[in-house]
Design a protein around this ligand. Structure first.
Ligand code: IPM
Ligand code: MG
Length: 366
């Protein structure tokens, strides 16, 4: 098969981790006889430096002309980077939000899976970890607080800022359907997360989710308040299969879920619309503090590339091959620094490697 992949290297550790994912994709091409061509797309801080804006119309057109986009991460240190002295709509993150909106990428899938081999990196107690856990966060990505009207102005001499959280029933219905669809392919349980004891948008969310649930009699579902969910994720993460939630709650809960799996460096993600197109990126940030040191964990990006093979290209066998190669690398003891065992734990059979070596090892297992 021939596919055209748009590549956004982005900022910080982005270029380092994307290069490893490309290596893996190239190995897949060589092994299974596919041809992937890559086209670089500028977005984020690097685009600001080159063009003055975080995402140009040309970059949007390039993304639209691709079969899928593989992305690293964008942004810099919000306290020190000159990018954060710019107006909000000119900052790196604005580019990503614009791209999500332009491509209508409303469904964000973030799998959080605890590899048995990484139990040692999980900060939870062994009795909580048990046999491990495997959940999928289905985050709404083009609505809510991120895209509502906002303003900062002086009212009666007092500076006042406002962000608004809006959802209509159609936006809720389409993401809820995605959540239930994916639950059908998993353990058939949906936990819909909201703040219905306070927010109108959450009460509508709950109502629409209940309507959608009627079409999925095999799926058991429950509603959970977001504060309780944050607690349950560390108290008993095994209870979750699919967590269905709105944009902001999903942003926060997915970072939390990633840490209980050991490291945010392991968490992949796919952002999908109604077509086969998808934007694939690690869930973590650009980690400017470790950029250029060659120590970043490329696994989240490599697993995101596997999601691309599966969801955009329907190459399930190839996606399985990448995921198995990652498992084997972990089973054979290879670790980047973020997933090293805790201090005092047994280091027998464990080898600490850098970004590039981890990519090479994973390729060698395909
Ligand atoms: C994420 C990130 C983004 C978000 C930022 C960079 C705008 O945190 O993908 O989770 O909040 O969606
Ligand atoms: Mg986030």
């Amino acid at each position: 098969m021939n596919y055209k992949i748009g590549v956004i290297y982005g900022d910080g550790i982005g270029p380092e981790v994307v290069r490893e994912a490309q290596k893996v994709l190239d190995k897949i091409c060589a092994t299974y006889g596919h041809t992937f061509t890559y086209e670089e797309i500028l977005m984020g801080g690097c685009s600001i430096d080159a063009t003055g804006v975080p995402l140009t119309d040309q970059a949007i057109a390039q993304a639209k002309a691709s079969d899928a986009v593989l992305m690293g991460s964008i942004g810099g240190n919000t306290a020190t980077s000159p990018w954060y002295k710019l107006a909000p709509e000119l900052r790196p993150e604005a580019g990503l939000l614009k791209l999500r909106k332009e491509l209508n990428l409303f469904a964000n899938l973030r799998p959080a899976y605890l590899y048995q081999e990484l139990k040692g990196a999980c900060p939870l107690r062994d009795d909580i970890i048990g046999d491990g856990f495997d959940m999928m966060i289905m985050r709404e990505l083009t609505g809510g607080l991120y895209f509502g009207e906002r303003s900062t102005k002086e009212i009666d001499g007092v500076m006042t800022a406002c962000d608004s959280l809006t959802y209509n029933e159609n936006e809720i219905r389409r993401i809820a359907k995605r959540g239930f669809d994916i639950a059908m392919k998993r353990r058939k349980k949906v936990t819909s997360v909201d703040k219905a004891n306070v927010l109108d948008s959450s009460r509508l969310w709950r109502k629409v989710v209940e309507e959608v649930a009627m079409d999925y009699p095999e799926v058991s579902y429950e509603h959970m308040l977001v504060d309780n969910c944050a607690m349950q994720l560390v108290k008993d993460p095994k209870q979750f299969d699919v967590i269905l939630t709105e944009n902001m709650f999903g942003d926060i809960l997915s970072d939390e879920a990633s840490m209980v799996t050991g490291s945010i460096g392991m968490l992949s993600s796919a952002s999908l619309n109604e077509t086969k197109f998808g934007l694939y990126e690690p869930s973590g940030g650009s980690a400017p503090d470790i950029a250029g040191k060659g120590i970043a964990n490329p696994i989240a990006t490599i697993l995101s590339a596997a999601m691309m093979l599966r969801y955009s290209f329907d190459l399930d066998k190839e996606a399985d091959a990448v995921e198995s190669a990652v498992k084997k690398a972990l089973a054979d003891g290879y670790r980047t620094i973020d997933i090293m065992p805790r201090e005092g734990d047994n280091l027998d059979g464990i080898t600490q490697v850098g970004t590039d070596k981890m990519g090479d090892i994973i390729c060698s297992y395909i």
